[in-house]
Design a protein around this ligand. Structure first.
Ligand code: HAM
Length: 416
């Protein structure tokens, strides 16, 4: 037997309604904010991710699914959705179209990580990207999309915000970080020694216990923000307050991707343990230019759908049950089953959820099956019924039966 690859999961037919519920809630939420769907390829040229996600990040250094295609091109399965959306924005000249360009996606993403609960190698994201607007109001709007979705799904999670400034204040902060970490260099992990040289901000994102201990007393980026970035952060807080969104400032949030500027944020749940971050995002004002476009500001986030579902399950959030057949048409013998097939075809053509026997079971066994799949009515067609041109329709909830002529059946079920 061939097993599923490590870190991947099937969504089985019995569970897919949960995914559909989350996805349709996400689409409806997106609609309220005038976000239109974008679909980009599952794979891109590797360079796209090197230049966007960043070559000192864990994602790029350790986690990408990269391979050579038959034309000897380096290809990578998308580890996240932003880079592809930005590539498409630039490539399709959306910057010279109507701005802001507001979009969302639902996409699989791939990271070669150590699988554990809430951490997969193939996972799914609902993501939002808003291009063209630089004000804090748009950061607040992105946060509000995520907040609305989480609330619409019945979740109560904590929002953390931070600002990691612009390249100007970041340079000063990096200098401050280097001064702080210099006496601790020997105690840092192997990766952090490289981070110290190449991208000191990444030191704050290390998952190693030894590094985390040192990080606790590292300086805060908020003390290094330039006036413009500080004003932007203040404005964001004002918008969130006016929208009634509770938040906590967490100067330790730097995010695991290199493209962020100014606002960064995460929504964290305490109910699923270590992988509690269900949503992460922020502003990335330099990325479009970095990828060959004009200087266009942008902000966005992504929600991990598997983690969302885990939190929903843990907290008992309500997921509407999938719809059940209005009617199961049971046939007693081959002739009757043929009639059931005919009637089911008419009903389905008219939008009625109908099911029939596919296993040549006895009427008793068909009743059992109909009950199992939750059919509201069972319409039994036996030899007598067939001769008289009607079915014996039983309401499964009340146990009451009545004869319904084949000719009246559509109208009967249209009224249920
Ligand atoms: P991210 O924080 O890397 O950001 O991922 C966003 C969300 O995807 C996480 O909060 C988590 O819920 C989920 N996630 C990430 N890795 C895994 C995994 N291995 N298994 C299960 N779920 C996972 C981004 O991807 C950015 N592109 C977000 C963004 C959009 N920023 C601006 N625009």
């Amino acid at each position: 037997m061939i097993n599923i690859p490590k870190g991947t999961k099937d969504v089985l037919p019995v569970d897919s309604y949960k995914w559909q519920y989350v996805e349709s809630t996400a689409r409806e939420t997106a609609k309220l904010f005038n976000l239109k769907e974008i679909r980009t390829p599952v794979f891109e040229h590797t360079e796209l991710f090197l230049r966007s996600v960043g070559d000192t990040t864990d994602i790029v250094t350790k986690e990408m699914y990269t391979f050579k295609d038959k034309g000897d091109r380096s290809i990578t399965l998308k580890p996240e959705g932003t880079a592809g959306a930005v590539r498409s924005f630039v490539e399709n000249g959306m910057g010279s179209g109507v701005l802001p360009a507001k979009m969302y996606y639902i996409t699989p993403a791939f990271r070669y990580e150590r699988p554990q609960a809430g951490r997969l190698r193939e996972f799914h994201q609902f993501g939002v990207e808003i291009f063209g607007a630089s004000g804090a109001q748009t950061d607040a709007e992105a946060i509000l999309v995520a907040d609305s979705l989480l609330k619409n799904l019945g979740l109560n999670v904590q929002l953390y915000i931070n600002s990691i400034g612009c390249p100007t204040c970041r340079a000063a902060f990096n200098k401050g970080l280097k001064e702080f970490f210099a006496p601790h260099l020997d105690e840092l992990c192997y990766d952090c020694k490289t981070r110290y040289e190449k991208n000191p901000l990444r030191l704050l994102d290390c998952k190693e216990e030894a590094c985390k201990k040192i990080n606790v007393s590292a300086p805060s980026i908020l003390e290094y923000l330039c006036d413009d970035c500080a004003a932007h952060f203040e404005a964001l807080k004002g918008y969130l307050a006016s929208a009634g969104v509770a938040y906590e400032i967490n100067p330790r949030i730097v995010r695991g991707l290199d493209y962020y500027t100014r606002t960064v944020f995460e929504f964290v749940s305490t109910s699923i343990g270590a992988q509690g971050t269900v949503c992460g995002g922020g502003r990335y004002d330099g990325l479009i230019e970095e990828l060959g476009g004009n200087k266009v500001p942008a902000v966005g986030f992504a929600v991990g759908i598997e983690r969302l579902l885990m939190v929903m399950e843990q907290t008992g959030a309500e997921i509407p049950a999938p719809s059940v057949p209005t009617v199961y048409l049971a046939g007693m013998d081959a002739e009757c089953r043929k009639k059931a097939f005919e009637m089911a075809t008419i009903l389905r053509k008219n939008g009625i959820f109908a099911e029939i026997d596919h296993m040549e079971r006895s009427v008793k066994a068909q009743f059992k099956y109909a009950d199992k799949i939750g059919a509201k009515y069972v319409a039994v067609i036996g030899g007598n019924e067939l001769a008289e041109g009607k079915a014996n329709v039983k309401c499964m909830a009340t146990g009451e039966s009545e004869a319904v002529a084949f000719a009246d059946m559509l109208a009967f079920f249209q009224n249920q």
